[in-house]
Design a protein around this ligand. Structure first.
Ligand code: COA
Length: 556
């Protein structure tokens, strides 16, 4: 596998998805709120530790790190300009796709959803639920151009936003996409959101408005281990891990759609628009001949007053999201301290990253030019600067948070690999999150990006720049590959052309993101902001008091 720059993945040491073990966030200093005056910090790893704020840590050390020279040498100007043109083209494509996806199932479906069904569009719901709009949406392009068609945003929005100051994962069905039914890619997206919640110990909010399984694809949806049932299984595991989950029934929740809120620890149901049943009125009619209204079969009053499946009755959507905020305030869950971490901006403009995002992996510019546009004050404490130079390792700060960097700067040689593994162990010993910048050429031996915290190594987050390419081979090299058989030359050429086109298409960042091989495409110029957000999200678990618990909340 190769990736023409840049994929960046962020790895921290936390509990693995699916594991009900309690967290060992970065090994040390699992303190209660730093400087929060709530008693002494809890010792971790047997050693007592003194809570030190990020601000104090930053003041103590960062200013002394050497400043990188980020000026682009004139010899690189032409490549730089070509990269800018390519970046602008792929960013245009990215923006167009985002625009399409932001309309969910399309204007008619939104009208039907809002006017006839009297519900809020999913993005309006998030505005009411979250503190502000600075949330991190995950994989918005998932589901595009799949063999079974386009499924905008995989039919459900996922991401991480703040509620009452606490970072939370949200999973919100978009009922304008085929009634919010769950496609295979939607299952994958929800499972990834849960994995992120487990790995980073983030409480989760489900906004459920789903007709359950998308029936034409049922064989790809329910029988296997990582199919729909895993979502419900994870809810139980997360509860046992003491990761709270709350749900709002804000539409018709049928079959699989009904399990999510009933497995959550607390659920709110909205009058008139929220219903919950395994089979709806048409099924009852078919089975028993009896007509029953959706309200009587599984409406808000029925579930709040008779079945007990929901814990809170809300008379409107607005009231439901206020109720969620109140529930969150009862979780005994501390947000990150609201300290402003002092930091310097990089000395070079992030817009210039467009010229450093390579179009062609054969002409990659030195990676320190990229780092100088991402690190606070462009400062970087390099490790083993003169050894294994095709991998750059060292420390820097992103918006005041210390991070270890492992960045490709050419072919991953033997020395570079040794240096990388040494550095990763240093970060691990010191409980420092690692930021990997992956950019390895396809003709290097082996799929090097996998070992650099690729998807199979479960990084906390993995993002792509829109210029990135992810593949085992560079299709351009295929002109030298011997052609099979000695049949008619024209046929072979056609075959080769088709193969090249296929490989080209399959290696694009859009192809990858549509299939959830990553957590989304981010713009080069937003990279620093996204990394800072991720570092803050990862850090939140340090401020939680977690006591062991081996079983989940069993509601009924
Ligand atoms: N599988 C595949 N497609 C489904 C579906 C399902 N389970 N449920 C709904 N759809 C499709 C509809 O065919 C329709 O498609 P169209 O826009 O191409 O015509 C679209 O989703 C919207 O459905 P519609 O019934 O018009 O919208 P609605 O808002 O009035 O109702 C539901 C939405 C989900 C409440 C309703 O469609 C329903 O009850 N569906 C059946 C759910 C079910 O039985 N699930 C069992 C899963 S095991």
């Amino acid at each position: 596998m190769w990736s023409g720059a840049a994929r960046c993945s962020l790895g921290g040491r936390g509990p693995r998805a699916g594991s009900p073990r309690l967290p060992a966030f970065h090994g040390a200093c699992e303190s209660k709120r730093a400087g929060g005056g709530k008693g002494p910090a809890r010792p971790a790893g047997g050693l007592p530790c003194r809570p030190v704020s990020n601000r104090a840590k930053y003041r103590r050390c960062a200013k002394a790190y050497p400043v990188l020279d980020g000026r682009v040498p004139s010899a690189y100007r032409q490549v730089f300009e070509e990269n800018v043109r390519n970046s602008e083209a792929v960013i245009k494509r990215y923006s167009e796709l985002l625009e399409t996806v932001s309309k969910g199932g399309g204007e008619n479906a939104i009208l039907r959803h809002t006017q006839r069904n009297k519900k809020l569009f999913v993005r309006e719901r998030l505005k009411l639920l979250l503190d502000d709009e600075s949330f991190l949406e995950l994989s918005p392009l998932a589901g595009l151009n799949l063999p079974y068609g386009d499924v905008p945003a995989a039919g459900c929005l996922t991401g991480i936003g703040k509620i009452c100051g606490v970072w939370c994962v949200f999973v919100a069905n978009d009922a304008t996409v085929k009634g919010g039914t769950i496609y295979p890619i939607g299952v994958k997206k929800q499972l990834r959101a849960q994995e992120i919640a487990m790995q980073n110990r983030l409480l989760s909010v489900y906004l459920v408005d789903s007709g359950g399984a998308f029936l034409p694809l049922q064989s790809e949806l329910f029988p296997d281990k990582s199919h729909g049932g895993r979502i419900f299984y994870n809810e139980a595991i997360m509860s046992a891990m003491r990761i709270p989950q709350v749900a709002v029934v804000c539409g018709s929740c049928v079959a699989g759609g009904a399990y999510v809120p009933t497995m959550a620890e607390e659920a709110v149901i909205i009058d008139k628009i929220g219903t919950l049943f395994l089979g709806g009125p048409p099924l009852v009619k078919a089975a028993t001949g009896e007509y029953v209204s959706p309200e009587d079969l599984g409406g808000a009053r029925l579930h709040s007053e008779v079945s007990g499946c929901s814990d809170h009755f809300a008379s409107s959507e607005k009231e439901a999201y206020e109720c969620i905020r109140n529930i969150i305030s009862t979780l005994n869950y501390d947000p990150l301290p609201e300290e402003v971490v002092e930091h310097d901006s990089p000395l070079y403009s992030s817009d210039e990253l467009l010229g450093l995002a390579p179009q062609d992996c054969r002409c990659t510019l030195p990676v320190k030019l990229i780092l100088s546009r991402l690190m606070d004050g462009s400062r970087f404490q390099e490790f083993k600067a003169n050894y294994g130079t095709t991998l750059v390792t060292g420390f820097g700060h992103v918006q005041g948070r210390l991070v270890g960097i492992v960045a490709n700067n050419g072919e991953l040689s033997h020395d570079a690999s040794l240096k990388g593994s040494h550095f990763v162990q240093l970060c691990s010993q010191r409980s420092i999150p690692i930021l990997f910048f992956q950019n390895t050429a396809p003709h290097t031996a082996g799929p090097t990006n996998i070992s650099q915290c690729g998807r199979s190594f479960s990084p906390n987050f993995l993002f792509l720049w829109p210029n990135a390419r992810v593949a085992l081979v560079d299709s351009r090299h295929f002109s030298t590959v011997p052609q099979a058989g000695d049949s008619d030359c024209a046929g072979d050429e056609l075959e080769l052309k088709q193969l090249k086109e296929k490989l080209e298409e399959e290696s694009s960042a859009f192809y990858s993101s549509a299939r959830l091989w990553d957590d989304g495409i981010i713009l080069p110029q937003n990279t620093r902001k996204v990394i800072a957000q991720c570092l803050e999200i990862i850090e939140q678990q340090k401020y939680q008091a977690v006591s062991p618990c081996r079983y989940p909340v069993i509601r009924m």
